[in-house]
Ligand binder design. Sequence first.
Ligand SMILES: [Zn+2]
Length: 85
Amino acid sequence: MLDFVGTPESTSTIVRGRTGEFEVALWVEGGEIECRCNCPSRRGSCKHGIAAALVLKQWVERDSKKRRRRGWGNPGKPAHSAGGS
Ligand SMILES: [Zn+2]
């Protein structure tokens, strides 16, 4: 499991590769996960970025579910107390 720092919308993590540890920065842009890795491979998305993006995706999905649930639970404020006739 990777450790992410920051928020799902803008985070970074360390991915261990064969030639060392690389820092991968990830962010969400237009619903897509973008990534940038500091490994020598200058290609758009290296395997570190892809691996990190996969884990981040799961994290984002779990996090959004949690947030939705938290939004519904609104203690102390009864939804139908105002108004009435
Ligand atoms: Zn890389």
